[in-house]
Design a protein around this ligand. Structure first.
Ligand code: UT7
Length: 344
């Protein structure tokens, strides 16, 4: 039994903001942002758009690709949606606080009437957790065969636009993959799909990346005047150090457990938080930087959406070929970390 990614999709809001545009109203510069992060632009949703809108659009892109892959769907998007057994959305910026889940909103709009639907909250590692969760859900019941895993974020609505140390970093977007349970082997010759994952957390670092207000720890009180909406607070240096170690350790462990070496990998697809994290990890592991796929210049840090956006871009541009061995890597709020080792 294998869990194979058979279709992908992505979407980013049309509004694209360059570093120079940000620097018109903020004490920053294109030079600082590029040299410290590798970011050149970010896409920002308009006021009317919520995370489920981006998730829905990315899902439709993926289902469109699924129709080409699975001829039994007769070219019908409705049939594709109805073939889903589970919808998982990784997000740290849901439409609603707590409930209903963003996954339920998307399930309804797609008409995926036999799909279980839930959100995964694991910060920027959410998609990595989501893929493993999907494989678990599919494996435990014989009649579950297909899952849709989406990473979707509108971070611009939970960003303090006066805080230059965070607001230049984030962007909005969504990416989606369809995972099919197939009869292919997961070991030996011809192995395919998700080979293994590592999921981890170090909750002691929770303070380093936090939305402090609005939850049951610090609820808004009746009559209270809000100075600002809930927003991301980050100790960038602490998260940076955590990230470099998480990326290198996860990769080494995944390869070692599977008896593989870096040379076997076609691509490493890291969470797009900072190009310098990738450079530091490449140096530590003695891997050429070109092995890491980076599109942070265009999208900035889209949290749980960054890995599926990257996968779709690579898939559609022909960078990913059937049979390629790849590693996805995530790290972020929680603090969480993880990786999926996948034969494409
Ligand atoms: O996706 C979730 C996971 N998140 C991450 O992985 C983020 C990890 N952290 C990072 O990527 C980096 O720590 C940052 C990009 C956030 C910051 O880079 P840094 O090299 O650690 O900069 P810093 O925070 O140490 O700040 C250096 C200087 C400071 O000035 P002083 O005190 O040295 O005078 C900051 O005030 O840069 C200043 N600075 C800026 N200057 C211009 C901070 N932000 C900006 C800015 N423009 N946007």
């Amino acid at each position: 039994m294998a869990f194979e990614i058979v279709a992908t999709g992505r979407v980013a809001p049309a509004r694209r903001i360059s570093n120079d545009e940000l620097a018109k109203t903020l004490d920053t510069s294109d030079e600082w942002i590029r040299s410290h992060t590798g970011i050149g632009n970010r896409h920002i949703a308009d006021e009317q758009t919520a995370t489920s809108d981006l998730a829905f659009a990315a899902a439709q892109e993926a289902l469109q690709m699924l129709i080409d892959h699975d001829k039994s769907l007769g070219g019908s998007l409705e049939a594709a949606a109805q073939s889903l057994d589970a919808i998982i959305i990784a997000t740290a910026s849901p439409d609603y606080f707590g409930f209903p889940s963003t996954a339920c909103l998307v399930q309804d709009r797609l008409g995926a009437n036999k799909a279980a639907a839930m959100d995964v909250v694991a910060g920027c590692t959410g998609f990595i957790y989501g893929v493993e969760t999907a494989a678990g859900l599919l494996s435990i019941r014989q009649d579950r065969k297909r899952a849709l895993v989406i990473g979707a974020e509108i971070l611009s609505k939970i960003t303090d636009w006066k805080d230059r140390s965070t607001c230049v970093l984030f962007g909005d977007g969504a990416g989606a993959v369809v995972i099919d349970k197939t009869e292919a082997p997961v070991s030996g010759p011809g192995k395919r799909g998700l080979l293994r994952s590592i999921l981890g957390a170090d909750g002691s670092g929770g303070e380093h990346l936090i939305m402090r207000r609005g939850g049951t720890r610090n609820p808004y009180k009746q009559g209270e005047t809000l100075d600002q909406p809930p927003h991301i607070e980050m100790n960038g240096r602490a998260v940076y150090n955590f990230a470099v170690k998480a990326v290198t350790d996860t990769m080494e462990q995944l390869l070692q457990e599977e008896g593989l070496s870096v040379n076997d990998l076609a691509w490493i697809v890291p969470h797009q938080a900072n190009a310098r994290i990738v450079q530091a990890a490449a140096k530590r592991l003695n891997i050429p930087e070109e092995k890491f796929f980076l599109n942070i210049e265009e999208y900035a840090n889209t949290s749980a959406a960054s890995v599926p956006i990257a996968l779709d871009e690579m898939n559609r541009s022909g960078k990913l070929k059937k049979g390629d061995l790849i590693i996805t890597l995530g790290f972020g709020a929680g603090l969480t970390y993880g990786g999926n080792l996948i034969v494409w």
